[in-house]
Each structure stands twice: as C-alpha cells, then as structure tokens.
Design a protein around this ligand. Structure first.
Ligand code: ZN
Ligand code: FE
Length: 262
C-alpha cells in the first residue's frame, strides 16, 4: 500500500562467498550485514545512493566488520541484536521489535533466532515478504552451531519455516551447491531436491547467485527443515547416526554429519 514500487534488494558479493544485502529505492539505502565497507561504498557510489541505516544479524566479522568504516562516512543508526556486543550498534533489538525506516518506506519485524550465535536475530519485511536471516537458514542448509544448541536452532528454524511460502530468503552466503550435495545424501529420493540441485548447478555455471530462495522451496528440500521426515530418519538410522527417535536428536545428527561431509 504505502510501499514505494521501486524498493529493491541488490546482492553485493564480498569475501569468498558472502552476500551483503543492499535494500534501496534508487535514492536511499539500508545495508544488511556489511562485513566489508569497500564493496558497499562502491555500490552506493555507482548506484547514486545515500546510506540510511545499517542492519546486523550477528556479531561475526564477515557480517559486522565494515560498520566502523561506514560510520566514518555516514551518520546512520546501526540496528543489531541486543543479546550480542557489537561495536557501533546504536539500536539494540529484541524479538517483537519493529525497525521503521520511513525514508525507504520499509518496516522490518525482528525475530530471535539463536543457534549459530547466541543472540542472532533475523529481519522480516512483512509487506514485501523478505527475510534477512544471516547465517541461520541457508539455501539448502543451516548455519553451524557455534554458540547455540540443536534445540535452540530447531526452534529458530521453525520460526522461519512458519513464514509464508513465498517469502524470499536472503541468506548471507553462497553455500547452496555444497548444501544440496549434503541434502541429497540425507534424502536421496526427494525429486524436488534433485530438480533444485540440477537448477542450482546451472545457475552457478552461469555465474548467477542461487539466493534468494523461498521458504516454500526450503520446506520441500532443506534437510534441516525436514529432519522429522521418515526418509531423512531412515538415512540417519541406516548410517548409524541416530540411536533414538527424538526429533531434536535427528537434527543434531544431521548437523554433526554435515560438519564432516565432503
Ligand atoms: Zn556467522
Ligand atoms: Fe557468515
């Protein structure tokens, strides 16, 4: 309704496989997880944009490392998780908080999604059906459990899976092919997954990003949202990776297996 029709999201590649997300309306921009300031400054300059806000999902350097340099050029609010100490954050956020960026006509709802880190948050643009989830949910996978438990991560992923199927998933890394190779090992007979892997290989061969994906596609193909499926449980049991029927144990076994999967 009030959304400017031109609001768009642009991927800014950084480091080996990060995507920094620039939300803009041809004039103003907000950046999600600027791990590096240089490619953001380059993009702002070439697109003729003024930075309006910085949004952080968690404390890792590949997500927050560019904040100090951006703040030396732009006097803007820095939104970030209240549960993590991140230099430069001026607007700490909890689940249920709303980020209002009237200049961009953008409203974002905040979710607590601990697991990858203890205070990790995600941003949901309800009007546009956009999700910025950092390193929690990936295309075909999920983040490593550096600071959280399998139980926390399954709850966090369940919150994201509850979003509308058409929600675009703007995750922070291009890990899709290796994630889908693992997914096929976990669920070899999933036809949607086989088709997705085929398509993702073609996209990467053309040098295209495989993200954003959608919540609907993730629910059909991502083993970390499908750890209760009988086919996934059978794989884990026949590989000797699952001793009991606890759903969270299945998630933990999958995540553990992926850590050493080649
Ligand atoms: Zn991270
Ligand atoms: Fe990361």
């Amino acid at each position: 309704m009030s959304m400017p029709p031109s609001l768009q999201v642009t991927a800014i590649p950084a480091f080996a496989d990060n995507y920094l997300w620039l939300i803009h309306d041809q004039q103003h921009a907000a950046v999600v997880d600027p791990g590096d300031a240089t490619p953001i400054e380059d993009a702002l300059r070439s697109l003729g944009l003024a930075l309006n806000a910085i949004l952080l999902t968690h404390h890792h350097a590949d997500h927050a490392g560019g904040v100090a340099e951006l703040l030396s050029n732009w006097s803007v609010p820095v939104f970030g998780p209240a549960g993590e100490k991140i230099h430069g954050v001026s607007r700490p956020l909890h689940e249920g908080d709303v980020v209002d960026l009237p200049v961009l006509g953008l409203r974002l709802n905040v979710l607590d999604v601990p697991g990858h880190t203890a205070g990790h948050i995600a941003y949901v643009a309800g009007e546009q059906n956009w999700l910025f989830c950092g390193d929690t949910l990936f295309a075909g996978g999920c983040g490593r459990l550096f600071e959280g438990t399998p139980g926390q991560m399954t709850q966090s992923l369940a919150k994201l899976a509850a979003l509308p199927d058409e929600t675009l998933v703007y995750c922070a890394h291009e890990y899709t092919l290796s994630n889908l190779r693992f997914a096929l090992a976990a669920e070899p007979d999933n036809a949607d997954l086989a088709a997705r892997f085929e398509q993702a290989q073609q996209m990467r061969a053309r040098g295209e990003a495989t993200v954003p994906s959608t919540i609907g596609l993730e629910k059909r193909t991502n083993p970390f949202l499908r750890y209760r499926e009988p086919a996934v449980l059978r794989t884990l049991q026949s590989a000797g990776r699952l001793g009991n029927e606890e759903p969270v144990a299945a998630f933990a076994a999958l995540r553990e297996w992926k850590n050493s999967f080649r």
